[in-house]
Design a binder for this molecule. Structure first.
Ligand code: NAD
Length: 423
């Protein structure tokens, strides 16, 4: 695997281990740039911060926070902030590295970064959530900024949290810096289309992949794991295109309905109480989700979900990676051997960062575009990137994942080479 960093101990299926193995697979396609490849295996900068807050009951609680800037050869760091009890430095490193690859794959002028706090936000009051967000922002304030590193929402973070981050950073510098985060509320410099952008990108790339596979979306059966921002929006767009959602899983459980779940009823309910309170489907065991007969599988929750065992049994012909890092390397090989096409995370879910880029550009110019313009530009960028990756995959007879890494890593390492090493 290389990169003998003393502060992480990746395993074959852990997020950083998965990422390292993806880099190893692309090296043979990098030509002379391969001499720079080690740079991809080391984060440029990793910050661990203590986030102390006074809880509503008067006690003082300490939380562990991270911000990792993996690579900034092509531009400022870009990547979300995750609030989750399982967040670790290693996970944030992998997520930041996938951002480097993703921004390069769609050719945005960014590097890759990511942040997180090890906390279960569902156990915090709104006041505590605001305090933890503000203190974390202030602690990482020494390395973020509109020209250096621009956070955004990820799992369990949203526009309100971005507003608090923007305000805290702005208070600390004595001005208003809307461009320091993206995914903000509309009236604070947010962009139309941002909330739905990632799900829309999953749909646009998935529709094109289905077309190339000869898979008709009308009547296609789709199973979705993770029914938050990404999963629910992608599901809605596929239903509009004639597909049916036959199974959905979230952190509360799994439901199934082979005739198709009624999303209009399901989505508001899942946001409030989670899926299992929904009456329009049968509750099944979580592991049975991977056996549900489907044509398309959309993992849109967390990393490491598609294991070897699950890859062997899925009936899907197409996997659309809405989540980051949902497939472990050995499962990737099994899916390829079984002829299951995987549209990898680093292109499939790049719609969010693409509209984040539009938001950042609009903030700097203080001129805002309408939603049609956003969507037309988004669709164009996603389709161009996907077609380019598909040509690379065909040329070298490699998977779409390795092809995406090949296109992206060439851009990253070319920038590295042209900039040269300082001093
Ligand atoms: P979210 O918080 O809106 O939703 C997460 C969903 O996953 C929820 O439905 C939750 O119930 C479910 N979930 C959590 N733990 C689970 C478990 N153990 N089993 C099954 N389901 C579980 O988050 P999101 O923004 O939709 O992000 C989902 C994934 O997409 C993450 O991997 C994230 O990194 C990735 N992603 C998000 C964006 C974005 O713009 N939001 C962009 C790119 C990639």
């Amino acid at each position: 695997m290389g990169a003998d960093l003393s502060y992480v101990h990746p395993t074959a299926n852990s997020p950083w281990g998965t990422y390292l193995s993806q880099v190893d697979r692309v090296v043979p396609y990098l030509g002379d740039l391969a001499r720079w490849a080690e740079t991809l295996k080391r984060p440029k900068r990793a910050l661990i911060v203590d986030v102390p807050i006074e809880m509503d009951n008067g006690t003082i609680a300490h939380f562990e926070g991270f911000r990792v800037q993996h690579n900034m050869s092509r531009g400022p760091g870009k990547g979300g902030v995750r609030f989750h009890p399982d967040v670790t430095l290693e996970e944030v490193m992998a997520l930041s590295a996938w951002m480097t690859v993703k921004t390069a794959a769609v050719n945005l002028p960014y590097g890759g970064a990511k942040g997180g706090i090890r906390v279960d936000p569902k156990k915090l009051s709104q006041k505590e959530l605001e305090k933890i967000t503000r203190r974390y922002t202030s602690e990482i304030g020494i390395i973020i900024g509109p020209h250096t590193d621009i956070p955004a929402p990820d799992v369990n973070t949203n526009a309100q949290i971005m507003a608090w981050m923007m305000d805290t950073y702005s208070m600390n510098i004595g001005g208003t810096a809307t461009g320091v985060v993206t995914g903000k509320p509309l009236h604070l410099g947010g962009s139309l289309g941002r909330v739905k952008a990632t799900g829309r990108g999953v749909f646009v790339t998935g529709r094109e992949a289905a077309r190339r596979l000869g898979l008709d979306l009308r009547g296609a059966r789709i199973a979705v794991q993770g029914f938050g921002n990404v999963g629910s929006v992608a599901a809605e767009l596929f239903v509009e295109a004639g597909a049916k959602i036959v199974s959905v899983q979230d952190h509360t459980g799994t439901i199934v309905n082979e005739n198709g779940l009624d999303l209009k009823a399901l989505i508001p309910l899942s946001r409030a109480d989670g899926l299992v309170s929904f009456k329009g489907g049968d509750v099944i065991a979580n592991e049975a989700f991977w056996d549900v007969a489907c044509d398309i599988l959309i993992p849109a929750a967390l990393e490491g979900q598609i294991t070897a065992e699950r890859a062997k049994k899925t009936t899907a012909k197409l996997v659309l990676e809405g989540a980051n890092g949902p497939t472990v390397p050995v499962a990737d090989d099994i899916l390829a051997e079984r002829g299951v096409l995987v549209v990898p995370d680093v292109i499939c879910n790049a719609g969010g960062v693409t509209v984040s880029y539009f938001e950042w550009v609009q903030d700097f110019s203080s001129f805002f575009w309408d939603e049609d313009e956003i969507n037309v530009r988004l669709d164009r960028i996603m389709m161009n990137a996907l077609n380019n990756i598909w040509d690379t995959a065909d040329k070298h007879k490699i998977t779409l994942r390795t092809a995406t890494f090949a296109v992206a890593c060439e851009r990253i390492l070319m920038a590295r080479q042209e900039r040269g090493l300082y001093p």
